[in-house]
Ligand binder design. Structure first.
Ligand code: ATP
Ligand code: MN
Length: 303
């Protein structure tokens, strides 16, 4: 019979009961204690990216190889100090009542639910129809790889710069690359960002139809990079910067510099762009949060 072990810990002003800390949740060996430890240490840089956004959590009670529980609604048994905020549903009546991860204690409480991945929308709950940033999700269709995404990403950087927009890349911690364009200007809508992202994706596709595709259909993706522009929607989420991924190893969606992407593209080799929890913690000590500008750089989409 499985015995549930618990441990009381203090996080700031809060006392939390953590459970089954010794449970291994990754095939490569990474326990729940290590997951909670990672999130506690990464808190100073991940929290700004979680704050004021409704978090979708992916829970893996039996490990990353087993069934995932995908939750938007904050569990009813949350303690009163874990704040919630609601956003109207798109397709049905009613609201989604999200957990708000605004402080370390709330973060640890959520992670203790066997949550491994944290996903966020592009808008805050208070302005759920106003994107703070635009995203291009570059997905390699086999045999295309992250290397192809890097090469294309650099072209995105240049085209966007020509339009007066700085962009910021992060690895997904999975197969591809995410390119963020901070906006942080009032008035911009998801219609604006989605149309703009779609137009850019179609221009790239037209230039290189053998390597780039802007159509969602999985069958069209083989050997190409799919530029997912449709993520720019109020109902969509993207994995949060610094979130762990539930893979074979504890990889992290990691902000990187364009220089690092250039180096990988020049070397024809992307092994330097896979980061696990420990490496991310030492990177952040060294170079702080490369994604900080995504939260505050104000930019305007060209007309
Ligand atoms: P990869 O680089 O391997 O593609 P990814 O995180 O970009 O990793 P995608 O499948 O491209 O994964 O999806 C992009 C984002 O869309 C995810 O980060 C996630 O937030 C969201 N997403 C993906 N699949 C689902 C799903 N089935 N339900 C809800 N949201 C999803
Ligand atoms: Mn992707």
């Amino acid at each position: 019979m499985a015995v549930r072990t618990t441990q009381l810990v203090r996080v700031g002003r809060r006392e939390l009961e953590l459970s089954n800390l010794e449970k291994n949740l990754y095939p490569s060996g990474f326990t729940k204690a290590q997951i909670i430890d990672y999130y506690t240490r990464i808190a100073p840089v991940i929290l700004p990216h979680l704050r004021r956004r409704g978090v979708t959590i992916k829970r893996y009670p039996r490990g990353t190889n087993e069934r995932v529980f995908f939750e938007k609604e904050c569990p009813a048994f949350h303690p009163p100090w874990v704040k919630t905020d609601s956003v109207p549903r798109q397709l049905t009546e009613g609201d989604i009542n999200y957990c708000m991860i605004n402080d370390v204690a709330s973060l640890v409480w959520v992670i203790n639910l066997d949550a491994i991945e944290l996903h966020v929308p592009l808008a805050r709950t208070s302005d759920w129809d106003r994107p703070r940033e635009m995203v291009f999700d570059l997905d390699p269709g086999e045999p295309a790889t992250l290397l192809d995404c890097c090469r294309l990403g650099l072209r995105f950087r240049d085209v966007l710069l020509n339009l007066g927009l700085r962009s910021f890349p992060k690895t997904s911690g999975g197969k591809g690359l995410h390119v963020y364009v901070p906006l942080n200007t009032p008035g911009v809508t998801f219609d604006d960002t989605k149309q703009f992202a779609h137009a850019v994706a179609k221009i790239f596709e037209k230039q290189e139809p053998r390597h780039i595709v802007s159509n969602m259909k999985k069958s069209l993706r083989k050997g190409k990079v799919f530029v997912d522009w449709s993520q720019n929607d109020r109902t969509k989420t993207t994995v949060c910067a610094y979130s762990l991924r539930a893979k074979g190893k504890p990889t992290v969606s990691t902000p990187v510099t364009w220089k690092e992407i250039e180096h990988a593209a020049e070397a024809g080799e992307t092994s330097g762009l896979t980061f696990e929890a420990g490496e991310v913690l030492s990177r952040v000590k060294r170079i702080a949060d490369l994604f900080a500008p995504v939260l505050n750089l104000k930019q305007k989409l060209p007309a």
